[in-house]
Design a protein around this ligand. Structure first.
Ligand code: HEM
Length: 378
C-alpha cells in the first residue's frame, strides 16, 4: 500500500528532543523489561548463534543483540538478527549494523580533514552511503508501521515509533530523522558497553561470584522473569555497569561549542572553540578515585565498606545537561537485562588478550572480545 509521508515546517530541536526523551523514559519499566526479556531469552538459545559455545563475540552477539533489542523496543520490528540468513553480509541486519558503524566511524576522521569538501573521498562516500541505507531502512519500517497503525492491529504496540506517530507536532520527516538517530546512537554504544562489562566481569571472579549470588537470590529459577522490581533490586549488576563505564566509557567525552570566552586553569579559550572533555582519562586519575585501574563495583554502592564519595561530574558516560543521552535509562536497563540473563545462566571466562580501546568517535575494544560460556548447574 502507498503511504504519503508528510512534511510540516520543521519543529524546533528542543521540542523534538523533549518528545524523544519523554518517550524513551516511558519505556523504562516492567512492560519494556518483559519485551527485552523475550529477546534476552533468545540469547540463551545458543543453537541460533553461529559457532560453538566458546566464541569471540565481536561481530556476532555483541552487535546483533543491540539491533534485535532496539528493533523491538523502538520500532516494534523484529530484525531476527541471530538467524543464519541475517548473518549474511547482504542481509538487512548486517547492512544496518555496517551502516551505523560506517556513519559513526567516518565523522571524526572527516571532521579533521578537508579534502572531502572539494571532492567525494572514499570515506565521505562511505558515510553518505551509510546514511542513505539507514534512511531507507527507517523509511521502509515507517511506511509499514503507518499502514499498521491505521488499521486496528496495532493496539498492543507500545514502541517508541508509535509514541512518535501519536505526536501531532511531529511530521514524518522528523520521525524518520529520529529513527536514523536511534539506529546510529544505539547499536555501537550498547554493543561496546556490553562487551566491556563482560570483559571486566569475566576477568574478576570475585565480582562475578558476587553478581551471581545477587542474581540467584533475585531469580531463584534460571528462567524467572526479570520484572521492574527485580531490576530495581539488582544493585550489584547496576554498579558493575557503572564501574565498567567509568573504566571504559564508550564516548570520548562531552563536546561543546563555547558560547563565550573563558579562562580554564589559567588558559584563555576564545568563544567559538570546540572543547571536548576526556571521560576515560579523568575517571582513571588517582587524585579523583581510589585505586583507579581496579574494577570495583562496590565503590558505587552505598552501604558497602568500599563505597567512595565520587565527584558527580567525574564519570559522565551519558553526557550532561540538555544535550545528554536521551536513552540513558533505557540503555542501562537493556544492558542490565542482558547481563542478568547471561550471568544467571553461565559462568563466563575471559579467553582473550588484555583489552584496550580504539577510538573511532565511539571507543571500541581494540581486540576480539573472546569469552567462554560454561553452563551453571543451578
Ligand atoms: C550504553 C549506551 C549509551 C551510551 C554510553 C550513550 C552515550 C551518549 C552520550 C555521551 C551522548 C552525548 C551527550 C552529551 O553531549 O552531553 C549521547 C547522545 C545521544 N544518545 Fe546516547 N548513549 C547510549 C545509548 C543510546 C541509545 C540506546 C539511544 C537511542 C535509543 C541513544 C540516543 C542518543 C541520542 C539521540 C543522542 C543525541 C542527543 C542530542 O543530541 O541532544 N543513546 N549518548
Amino acid at each position: 500500500m502507498f503511504v504519503r509521508l508528510t512534511v510540516k515546517n520543521n519543529i524546533p530541536y528542543r521540542a523534538r528532543k523533549c518528545v524523544y526523551r519523554r518517550a524513551s523514559e516511558n519505556f523504562v519499566g516492567s512492560e519494556h523489561a518483559s519485551k527485552v526479556n523475550e529477546q534476552g531469552d533468545n540469547l540463551m538459545n545458543f543453537e541460533d548463534i553461529p559457532g560453538p559455545r566458546s566464541y569471540p563475540i565481536i561481530g556476532t552477539l555483541h552487535k546483533y543483540l543491540p539491533l534485535i533489542v532496539i528493533g523491538v523496543v523502538a520500532f516494534n520490528e523484529r530484525f531476527n538478527s541471530f538467524a543464519l540468513s541475517e548473518q549474511d553480509p547482504e542481509s538487512r541486519s548486517s547492512k544496518t549494523i555496517a551502516a551505523a558503524f560506517g556513519s559513526n566511524s567516518g565523522v571524526m576522521k572527516l571532521d579533521k580533514g578537508f579534502l572531502w569538501k572539494m571532492f567525494s573521498t572514499p570515506l565521505y562516500k562511505k558515510l553518505v552511503n551509510s546514511q542513505i541505507y539507514l534512511e531507507k531502512i527507517s523509511t521502509d519500517i515507517l511506511i509499514r508501521k503507518i499502514n499498521l497503525f491505521e488499521s486496528d492491529d496495532s493496539k498492543n504496540d507500545k514502541s517508541l515509533l508509535k509514541t512518535f506517530l501519536q505526536q501531532p507536532q511531529l511530521d514524518h520527516k522528523d520521525i524518520m530523522g529520529m529513527m536514523v538517530d536511534i539506529l546510529m546512537a544505539a547499536i555501537d554504544t550498547t554493543a561496546y558497553t556490553t562487551s566491556f562489562v563482560l570483559y571486566h566481569i569475566a576477568r574478576n571472579k570475585r565480582c562475578q561470584d558476587e553478581m551471581f549470588e545477587e542474581l540467584h537470590t533475585l531469580l531463584p529459577k534460571k528462567d524467572d522473569e526479570i520484572t521492574a522490581d527485580v531490576l530495581s533490586k539488582a544493585s550489584y549488576v547496576r554498579s558493575s555497569i557503572k564501574e565498567s563505564l567509568r573504566l571504559n566509557p564508550v564516548s570520548i567525552g562531552i563536546g561543546r561549542w563555547l558560547q563565550k570566552d573563558i579562562v580554564l586553569k589559567g588558559y584563555s579559550i576564545p568563544k567559538g572553540t570546540v572543547i571536548v572533555t576526556q571521560n576515560m582519562t579523568s575517571s582513571r586519575l588517582p587524585q579523583f578515585i581510589r585505586d583507579p585501574l581496579t574494577f570495583k563495583p562496590e565503590r558505587w554502592m552505598r552501604g558497602s565498606p568500599q563505597y567512595e564519595t565520587i565527584h558527580p561530574f567525574l564519570s559522565l558516560p551519558f553526557g550532561h545537561g540538555p544535550r545528554s543521552c536521551i536513552a540513558r535509562r533505557l540503555a542501562e536497563q537493556n544492558i542490565c537485562i542482558i547481563l542478568m540473563r547471561l550471568i544467571r545462566e553461565f559462568e563466563i571466562q575471559w579467553a582473550g588478550e588484555e583489552l584496550g580501546v580504539k577510538t573511532l568517535l565511539i571507543n571500541k575494544p581494540n581486540k576480539p572480545v573472546s569469552l567462554n560460556f560454561i553452563p551453571r548447574s543451578s
